[in-house]
Design a protein around this ligand. Structure first.
Ligand SMILES: [Ca+2]
Ligand SMILES: [Ca+2]
Ligand SMILES: [Ca+2]
Length: 375
């Protein structure tokens, strides 16, 4: 069975699988157009749900949380909005239609076409492909409209969304949990959803982009609209790696699409190998070849924190440490780092106890690790 094969356990985990999520390398050795053709051959479904059924099955079972009492209407299970984190429970009212239930009389969630209809998903199968449909809070979905995704400097953000809240002022607590909008120009999902969005978008572009089928795609997926999003989405796929929830979700969606999961969820190297082949080295086939940033010493730390950065290829690296208020407290590395491991060290002397973030910028990727300075 396909799923068994996909569960092949790989002991070495790279940056994109830093959460410990099982990852495998699909089509080893392939890059660029060759790889894209293989992805389409291997993961393109020819069977999809109807528009109405796709909305119902998205809410249940694809996005249904598994934390409560299974298959009940007692409010313990429901759906979480991707942009806001808002949990909407199933109460099986006003009807048993799961999409209507979660819509909750306009106070709940509806179906977001992550790749907007007006940009190339207005017709089936693009319209109903579950790998790019996500549940989002109704009014936030409406505000996002067909805006491109991108990184918005926080001082340019005009709207913030979390739970049932929306506001124009910069949040003072847990800023990463808020999605952001800059009027009429950009949308930035909350940090924990950025990778999910990136993998949905690259899936869509691969399957429905202009070169996706002989003689043209199903789209047209808007190439000019997507072009400036490619790099930030790629970085987001590393900043927010695949977790167990996202991994399980793609298989629940796959059961309605010929058992074909989103390959970008299975293999975090695909975006880089397919779309940024200049960042790929000759033997870049295994997860051991992925960039990684691991904590090598004690954490929490006192005298010093040690990390090991591993790069697949030499490149310009800038490693910095920031305190909880975002102030830079140290530069750990600034220069060209070799392929393979590089030791990084953060001196604990002079640092107050608390949380610190180490951020490493290298060609094509950003890696972060959270460290705690003990008392
Ligand atoms: Ca921002
Ligand atoms: Ca943000
Ligand atoms: Ca995520």
């Amino acid at each position: 069975m396909l799923r068994l094969l996909l569960w092949i356990s790989l002991s070495a985990v790279g940056a994109a699988s830093a959460s410990g999520q099982t990852q495998q390398v699909l089509f080893p050795g392939q890059t660029g157009e060759e790889l894209l053709a293989s992805i389409r051959d291997g993961y393109r479904s020819t069977q999809f749900l109807s528009e109405s059924a796709s909305k119902d099955r998205l809410m249940d079972p694809v996005e249904r949380t598994e934390s409560g009492t299974p298959d009940t209407c007692d409010g313990s299970e429901g759906v979480i909005g991707v942009y806001t984190g808002l949990f909407v429970p199933f109460d099986c009212s006003p009807s048993a239609d799961s999409n209507q239930d979660i819509f909750n009389n306009n106070n709940g969630l509806n179906v977001e076409h992550t790749w907007p209809k007006s940009r190339g998903s207005s017709r089936a199968p693009a319209l109903v492909d579950l790998h790019h449909l996500l549940p989002t809070k109704v009014d936030v979905n409406s505000d996002r409209a067909s805006l491109a995704f991108g990184e918005i400097p926080d001082n340019q953000t005009t709207g913030w969304y979390r739970g049932t809240e929306s506001q124009a002022t910069t949040p003072t607590d847990d800023i990463d949990a808020w999605s952001e909008i800059r009027s009429s120009s950009l949308f930035e999902p909350r940090e924990d959803s950025k990778g999910n969005v990136a993998r949905a978008m690259y899936y869509f572009w691969t399957m429905y982009g202009p070169n996706s089928q002989p003689g043209g795609g199903d789209g047209p997926a808007d190439a000019d609209w997507f072009a400036p999003q490619q790099r930030p989405l790629y970085l987001w796929s590393y900043q927010d790696p695949v977790d167990q929830v996202e991994y399980d979700r793609t298989f629940r969606a796959a059961q309605f699409q010929q058992d074909k999961p989103n390959p970008f969820v299975l293999d975090s190297t695909l975006i880089r190998r397919a779309f940024f082949p200049d960042l790929v080295t000759a033997d870049d086939d295994g997860p051991e070849a992925l960039a990684a940033l691991v904590v090598a010493g004690a954490n929490p730390f006192t005298a010093e924190a040690r990390l090991t950065l591993t790069l697949p290829a030499p490149g310009a690296v800038r490693a910095q440490a920031f305190d909880a208020l975002g102030r830079r407290v140290a530069v750990l590395y600034d220069g060209t780092a070799p392929a393979g491991p590089t030791a990084l060290r953060l001196d604990g002397a002079g640092l107050a106890s608390g949380v610190y973030l180490v951020r490493v910028q290298a060609p094509g990727l950003v890696l972060t690790r959270r460290l705690v300075r003990a008392r």
